[in-house]
Design a protein around this ligand. Structure first.
Ligand code: CAA
Length: 383
């Protein structure tokens, strides 16, 4: 009888090595530049596409590499270890855009959109939140009026990751005001080029400054009926199902940031001399390193477990929330401790831990706050 196996396959190891080399050689210089300039560099999309990271769960017939959720998590970890802004771009494209089109799209929608997304000719974004609806996603007020062969959408979608450069939005709007909120929402595939779709204000952010976050304004946006994703008024379930998958990606992002913080703390602690010896010789520092390393490993295992379930098409909502909750708290713990190990040097721009500290913060907020993850987990446990 085969026992439990916690080792990675040769393919997994190869994906990790390739992604690590790619991130260190190609993304590292852009990570620093984008953070300083507070803007996304479109070369990232091109690089991610050229190296096959924009369609990792999509079949070859649609331009993907069909490598599965575990390999995607491993690659995301490595990309985020170097550049969390590039990492969120990759996570959104794979999990929140390709994912729902692949799962809920018609053959025509898949044939039309997936090849452009997987080869990174097009960048995608996911539009759920609005000024009045964040954690309570079903409370959205943007409205799509049914005109038969098309819908006319009005409203504002807020905090849209990748929204500035995106060519396509998987977007949710209310389409029935009389139904229970979660049963009156429709998912649409909205091209940026459709009339009435506009990009609004860009946010100034604490971290993830190399990823643009904007409002998307629907000003009488005309969306053909053939661009309804799934069924009319059944979009909330698509939004939730998509987030179950997306949260595995954010968990992997958080593991990547946490690992980067740990690596930086180890390197600094071994080099920095105080009281006549490397600070790594001091027990107070050793304990920090031990706690960081233990939490990173636990977060990684939760993340791979959720990814494994997803890859096997088994329910993984609770596990994705657990991974996202624990990994995002770990990223913040590790980034905070890494700053502490660096002392004053951790608080200035000379060392990367200052960026990790700022980048880690969002992982406890987007794709569902830690409070929402606890809600999802406790509902599943108590049901
Ligand atoms: N999969 C499929 N269907 C689901 C589901 C899931 N995981 N979770 C719930 N549903 C269904 C329910 O079965 C229910 O169906 P019926 O109407 O048929 O009964 C319906 O959806 C409503 O479910 P709930 O009653 O549980 O809904 P709720 O309003 O009480 O709570 C919530 C839902 C979990 C709090 C949800 O609103 C939520 O996840 N909020 C957080 C939103 C979020 O994560 N936003 C992130 C924005 S995107 C982003 O951040 C991207 C980025 O920038 C990178």
């Amino acid at each position: 009888m085969a026992g439990m196996d916690f080792t990675l396959t040769e393919e997994n190891e190869m994906i990790r090595a390739t992604a690590r080399q790619f991130a260190e050689e190609e993304l590292a210089p852009l990570a620093v530049k984008m953070d300083r300039e507070e803007k996304y560099d479109p070369r990232v999309t091109r690089l991610l596409g050229d190296h096959g990271y924009m369609g990792m769960e999509i079949a070859e017939e649609h331009g993907g590499s069909n490598l599965g959720a575990v390999n995607l998590a491993i690659a995301l970890e490595e990309v985020n270890r170097v550049c969390a802004s590039s990492g969120v771009t990759m996570s959104v494209q794979n999990g929140l855009v390709n994912g729902p089109i692949n799962k809920f799209g018609t053959p025509e929608q898949k044939a039309k959109y997936l090849p452009r997304l997987t080869n990174a000719e097009w960048m995608g974004a996911y539009c759920l939140s609005e000024p009045v609806s964040g954690s309570d996603a079903a409370a959205m007020v943007s409205f799509g009026e049914d005109h038969g062969d098309h819908f006319v959408l009005n409203g504002t979608k807020r905090f849209i990751t990748s929204g500035l450069h995106a060519d396509l939005y998987v977007l949710f709007s209310r389409t029935d005001r009389s139904a229970k909120p979660s049963r009156g929402i429709t998912a649409f595939i909205v091209e940026r080029a459709f009339p009435g779709v506009k990009v609004g204000k860009k946010e100034k952010k604490t971290g993830l400054r190399g990823s643009d976050t904007v409002d998307i304004i629907l000003d009488g946006a005309r969306v053909p009926r053939e661009n309804v994703l799934g069924e009319v008024n059944n979009g909330f379930k698509i939004a939730m199902d998509t987030l179950d998958a997306g949260r595995v990606g954010i968990a992997a992002q958080a593991v990547g940031i946490a690992q980067a913080a740990l690596d930086a703390a180890v390197k600094y602690a071994q080099a920095r001399q105080q009281f006549g010896e490397p600070i790594a010789n001091f027990q107070m520092i050793q304990w920090k390193i031990a706690d960081m390393a233990t939490r990173v490993e636990a977060a990684r295992l939760l993340t791979y477990r959720a990814a494994c379930l997803k890859e096997k098409r088994l329910p993984h909502g609770k596990e994705a929330s657990m991974a996202k909750l624990f990994a995002s708290e770990t990223a913040n713990f590790c980034a905070d401790e890494a700053v502490q190990v660096h002392g004053g040097y951790g608080y200035v721009g000379e060392f990367p831990v200052e960026r990790y500290f700022r980048d880690a913060r969002i992982t406890e907020i987007y794709e569902g706050t830690s409070e929402i993850q606890r809600l999802v987990i406790s509902r599943a446990v108590l049901k």
